[in-house]
Design a protein around this ligand. Sequence first.
Ligand code: HGY
Ligand code: MN
Ligand code: MN
Length: 422
Amino acid sequence: MKPIGHKLDPSAERLEWDLTELSSFRDPDRSGWTREVFSDPYRQSRQWMADRMRAAGLEVHVDPAGNIIGRRAGKQPGAPAVVTGSHTDTVDGGGRFDGVVGVLGALEAVRQLTELDVQLNRDLLVVDFLGEESNDFGLSCLGSRALAGELTAADLQRTDRTGTTLGESFSGFGIDPSAAVGVDWARRTPLHSYLELHIEQGPTLEQRQLPLGIVTGIAGIERLLATFIGSADHAGTRPMGDRQDAMVAAAEAVLAIRREGCGAPNHGVATTTRVEAASHSPNVVPGLVRMMSEVRSVDAKWLSGTRRRLGQEIQATASSYGVDVDLAWSTDNELVQANEEVQEIAASSAASLDLPWTAIPSGATHDAVHMASLAPMGMIFIPSHNGKSHCPEEWTDYADIAVGVRALAASLINLDQHAFQT
Ligand code: HGY
Ligand code: MN
Ligand code: MN
C-alpha cells in the first residue's frame, strides 16, 4: 500500500452535507425517508445526484437502464474500469443510509483522490444503480440486474398492486423498457472489479466494536407469493366448523415460514411481509388471501430445500381447513460469494490503515450480487447503530462513514494496480 493511504482523510462534514441534502428528497406522505423507485422524490433526487457527481469532477451519463454513471478517467484509456457505487432508492418508511452511503461515499472517495492528486491507471466508474430495493413488482436491483443481462422482457409484464406493469413504470420514468432490457455496455466492455461500500444493516460490527466488515458472501433469496383460496361467507352466520377460511390457512403459513427460518442449521432467515384479503370488508370470512414471504440464507444446501419443506407443510395445513393454495416461488437472487482476491485487497488495505475488520456474510442483498457476474466483486460494511435498517431509526455516525470511505478509497487505489490471478 503506497504511503498515500495515510494521507486519506475523507470529510465527515461533506458526507453529512451530502447525506442531509439527499435525505430531503422524501415522500411527505410516508414515514421515514421514503424515496421509492419511480416515485417523484426519487425522480427529483436523481438530477441532484448527477449534479453532485459532476461537481466532484466526474463525467456523467444515464445508461439505457436508468443507472447514473460518473466516470473518472484513468491514465490508461481502454483498460478495464474499476467500478464502485450502490443505490439511492429506499424502502417504504426507510432510512437515510442504506445504499446512499455507497454512492455518496464513493463521491467523497473521488474527491479525496483528486485532492491528493492520485491518478489511477484505470477509469473509475461511480454508479447510482436504478431501483435496488425489492418493490411491488417483486424484483429487486432493477438497474444492476439489467446490466448483468438478467432483466427480461417477461419481467416487464410484472404488475404492481395498481395493475401497472414494470414496463409502464420504466416508460413513465423516461426509460425505454426495451432499451433497459437490452442494455449491454457492461457486458461489451470488460470491467476490472467492483467494490461497494454499504452499511451492515445488522448488529455485528457495532456489538464487536469494529469499524469495518469485509463481506464473504451475499445471501440467496427465495420469494413466495402464496394465494389461499377458501370460501367467502358471512362472518356472522357461517358456523365455525363449516368454514373454508383462507385467512386462517394463511396465518398457519406465516408461522410455518417463521419456523423454517428459526430451524436453519447454520444461517437463515424467513419473513412474511404481507398478508392481504381480497375483500376489505370487516364482516366477511376471507375467501381469498395473498401472502408475500421470503427466505434467505448463505447456506445454499439448506436454502435449496426450503421450497419443498414449506410447500409440503403449507399445502397440508391449508387442506386441513378446506383451503386450496397456489404457491408461486421465485429466486430473487442466488447466493453469491465475494471474490477472494477483492476481499484480500480490501482487508490488506484496511490493515494498512490500521483499521480492524472482520469477515462477515451479508443477509441483505445488494447490487453487488448482479455486478458479481460482470467483474470480481467485493463489499465493505460499516456499522449500523443498534443493527437497525429499513426503518427511520437507521443510523450510522458520519465519522464511521468517513472511516469506511478511507477503506474504500485505499482499496480502489490497490484494486487499480491489481492483476487478478483467477
Ligand atoms: O432486501 C434487501 O436485502 C436489500 O435491502 N434490498
Ligand atoms: Mn442497500
Ligand atoms: Mn435495502
